[in-house]
Ligand binder design. Sequence first.
Ligand SMILES: [Fe+2]
Ligand SMILES: [Fe+2]
Length: 223
Amino acid sequence: MPTALPPERPVPAPGPVDTSPISLTPAPGDDLDPIWKAVVPETRTRANDIHLPISLAYAERLCDSFPHADRLLVRVAIQLHDTGWGRVDEERILSEGFSGDWRKAEIRFEHERQGCAIAREVLPPLGYDDTFVQQVCDIIDGHDTRKEAYSLEDALVRDADRLWRFDPAGIALASGWFRMDPAAYSDRLETEIIPELLTAPAVAMATATLNRSRALLKTAVIR
Ligand SMILES: [Fe+2]
Ligand SMILES: [Fe+2]
């Protein structure tokens, strides 16, 4: 069940906050493996096979910080949120999805719609009930194009969706998509993406990860 989102920004966390490198805490357990197996073809687009597992690992950490959140809802929603990219025209992803007013590009709405369609195809045969599937779709629908988060779970998915970009793997991939060098992209993470984060643990994780990535990639020098 979705949980009400407190009004404060960033939302303070009642639980622990882990800011160590994400590679130290891969998503545990194998209960989501049947879902992964069902969407392997959709993970081959737009580096979803890198983005989705890393963002799931961040989502698990955020749920540790907010133990009252519906953990399964957060985990399944982040796992499937971008699978819709696998069913849109790949040429248009780079031409429309990352340039101009890319947040409002029609292809962004299309990947959200397709992501919901994939959730409705994949989840019911694996035993997830209609109410749960609808809650997952409510988060997927608008995850990039809707301004506000509806619930705590929605906010945690949004933060996990952004956090992977602070990791060197995220900087490597996303800087290429936006045709920026790693140093310039790291600057953008600090000035544009950190202010978009909704929860205090996400801000702490993003800041610590960005500091490590900048040091590792020597962005102070290679610019
Ligand atoms: Fe997306
Ligand atoms: Fe995403």
